[in-house]
Structures are given as C-alpha cells and as structure tokens.
Design a protein around this ligand. Structure first.
Ligand code: ATP
Ligand code: MG
Length: 121
C-alpha cells in the first residue's frame, strides 16, 4: 500500500476528484493548506508598503491505494493538475504499513477497494 500526497491548485481538485471517482477511487481526504515551493513568493503593495507573501494556498489530497493503483492515481493528478505555470504543485508517494476499517476491524489492502453500494460517507 502507498499513500499519495498531492499538493495542487484549488481549481484542479474537482476534475481530479471526478476522474478518480469514475475510475473507482472514491476514497480520499483533502485539506486546504498553505505552503511554499521554490519561488520567493509574491510581492504586493498594501497600504503603501511592499509585502511579500511566501505562502500560497493549495489543496492537499491524500489517498491510500494498493501498489498496483499508484500510477493511475498519479497520472490523474498530473493530467488535471498541470497548467504549465510555476506553482502547479507536487506529488509524493510514501509506503503505508497497514490499514484498518474501523466499522468491521478488517485490515489489509482489500479494505481500500471501492464498493458499489449506495451509502454516503
Ligand atoms: N518538498 C516539499 N515538501 C512539502 N510540501 C511541498 C514540497 N514542495 C512543494 N510542496 C507543497 O506544494 C506546493 C506547490 O509547490 P510548487 O508547485 O510551487 O513546487 P515547486 O517545486 O516550486 O515547483 P514549480 O517550479 O512548478 O513552482 C507548495 O506550496 C507546498 O505546499
Ligand atoms: Mg513553486
């Protein structure tokens, strides 16, 4: 199992989410975060003073998947996340040792698979 942690533009999230859902990956977590990349920040004038903001808003998307699904997820993020301009974001892939479904106590990679019932959450 791997955790994909992607930092993307807000506008990229909905297209990414929709495609992942269509591909059978409905389970993910997002957070609205602020971060900095390798640029020096954006300088703006505010009430006559020059202020440099080093932090940019991003969406952090976390998704734990089977090893065999990693490339599909990464490709989807890259496809919808890329505008070609600086600040498009980054994707990290990290190992995950174990996963448990709280409701049943089941564990292992099987719990990551989508099911096609109708319940929300
Ligand atoms: N090494 C990192 N560790 C943790 N978060 C990171 C790292 N690099 C980037 N991020 C996160 O990703 C966001 C977007 O980074 P950004 O796209 O600016 O990366 P970059 O390396 O500067 O690439 P680019 O040249 O395309 O701007 C950052 O605001 C930060 O939240
Ligand atoms: Mg950058």
């Amino acid at each position: 199992m791997k955790k994909i942690e992607a930092y993307v533009r807000h506008e990229a999230f909905e297209p990414i989410r929709l495609e992942l859902l269509g591909l059978g990956f409905p389970s993910l977590t997002i957070s609205e975060v602020k971060g900095s990349g390798r640029q020096k920040g954006i300088t703006e004038r505010y009430r006559g003073a020059e202020l440099t903001n080093y932090l940019r808003p991003k969406v952090k998307l976390e998704c734990v998947v089977a090893d065999s699904d990693v490339q599909t997820i990464v490709d989807t993020v890259l496809k919808h996340g890329r505008t070609g301009a600086v600040g498009d974001g980054k994707v990290f892939v990290a190992p995950v040792d174990e996963a448990y479904r709280v409701r049943t106590g089941e564990s292992g990679e099987e719990i990551l698979q989508a099911h096609f019932g109708g319940d929300a959450a």
